[in-house]
Design a protein around this ligand. Structure first.
Ligand code: GUN
Length: 318
């Protein structure tokens, strides 16, 4: 039979069953901690201002915590909160013996120095893994609290039976939240690692070397067929709104185009990643969808980090 390229379909790496499995493991561990040690891990999430995406993310973090038995509270502060006021709240949480995890949702309003806030969080309670001490531990390959999204990517790869050791992993994006820690984690798993960014020359030449390609750029559908090595594992970390129905046929395959157009019409936009899903489906060996891929793992890994932080601090073990 004559098989056209467009008929070849990559394996979809769904985040849902993996996130559910991790959450089930966390809930079991929380129960065990309560039964054997008389405490439940506690997480406080601080949100400043009215960023719409942050509201959704933080809501999901607090709701999931509660579902798993973790004690969780959101502190929502007005956009005018001063840097000093926020620092004082973080210091209080640091001293509160009942709190195991502190997460300050980013972005913060422009008048607040994000690095200063992140550096003030007690590294033992830094469930985001953004404190320089945890970043340093990660770079030394020592056990630490690791940023949730890249840690989630490793879980997807491992639990999907994808071999990492010896593979060439190419990461597009060099943020402190995803790109850089992702590189460290893949290196720790014995991959050969390349990081690309906005100044990389001949980007497709480099990304095409990737047996594993991680896209964390923040631009809808930026990674096209020309960037993908045939058969590669493509991990899409992006979460972007896509509203251009005219460009939709170039972004989505026939299998989902109609649904996507309906969503754009109804809600004004549909969620897409940094990878063009139509191209990924044709060229990759497997890929994570958006929505329904890596995003689901971020919250699950935050739950895991909260339990880890509680065990480290209260029991001096993990
Ligand atoms: N904003 C977007 N992603 C994140 C994250 O993983 N942690 C925090 N604190 N803020 C974010």
């Amino acid at each position: 039979m004559n098989t056209k390229m467009s008929e070849i379909s990559a394996n979809i790496l769904s985040g849902k069953p993996i996130a559910e499995a991790i959450k089930t493991e966390v809930a079991k561990e929380v129960k065990q901690l309560e039964a054997e040690h008389g405490f439940r891990p506690a997480l406080t999430v601080v949100r400043v201002g009215e960023d719409k995406a942050s509201e959704v993310y933080v809501g999901s973090k607090v709701r999931t915590s509660k579902e798993l038995g973790i004690i969780s509270e959101q502190k929502h502060l007005p956009a005018e909160t001063s840097q000093e006021e926020l620092l004082e709240i973080v210091r209080e949480l640091n001293l509160d013996n009942e709190i195991d995890g502190i997460l300050v949702q980013l972005p913060l309003p422009k008048h607040i120095d994000e690095n200063l806030i992140l550096e003030t969080i007690d590294p033992e309670k830094d469930v985001d893994g953004f404190h320089a001490m945890n970043v340093g531990f990660l770079s030394q390959g020592r056990d630490s609290l690791v940023p949730c999204t890249p840690a989630g990517v490793i879980e997807i790869l491992k639990r999907s039976g994808i071999e990492i050791a010896g593979k060439h992993a190419v990461i597009v994006g060099r943020s402190n939240i995803v790109g850089k820690p992702m590189a460290q984690l893949l290196l720790q798993e014995n991959a050969t690692v390349t990081i690309c960014h906005s100044r990389t020359r001949d980007l497709p030449e480099v990304t095409k070397l990737g047996d594993i390609l991680v896209a964390a750029i923040g631009r809808a559908g930026f990674i096209r067929g020309e960037h993908i090595k045939p058969g590669a594992v493509v991990i899409d970390v992006g979460i972007n709104n896509f509203s251009d129905s005219g460009a939709a046929p170039g972004m989505f395959g026939e299998d989902e185009l109609e649904n996507r157009l309906r969503t754009i019409e109804k809600r004004g936009a549909t969620l897409v990643g940094d990878v063009n899903p139509k191209d990924a489906k044709e060229i990759a060996g497997s890929f994570t969808p958006v929505p329904g891929g890596v995003g689901l793992l971020t919250v699950a890994m935050l739950m895991k980090n909260t339990v880890k932080a509680a065990k480290m601090r209260r029991l001096k073990k993990i």
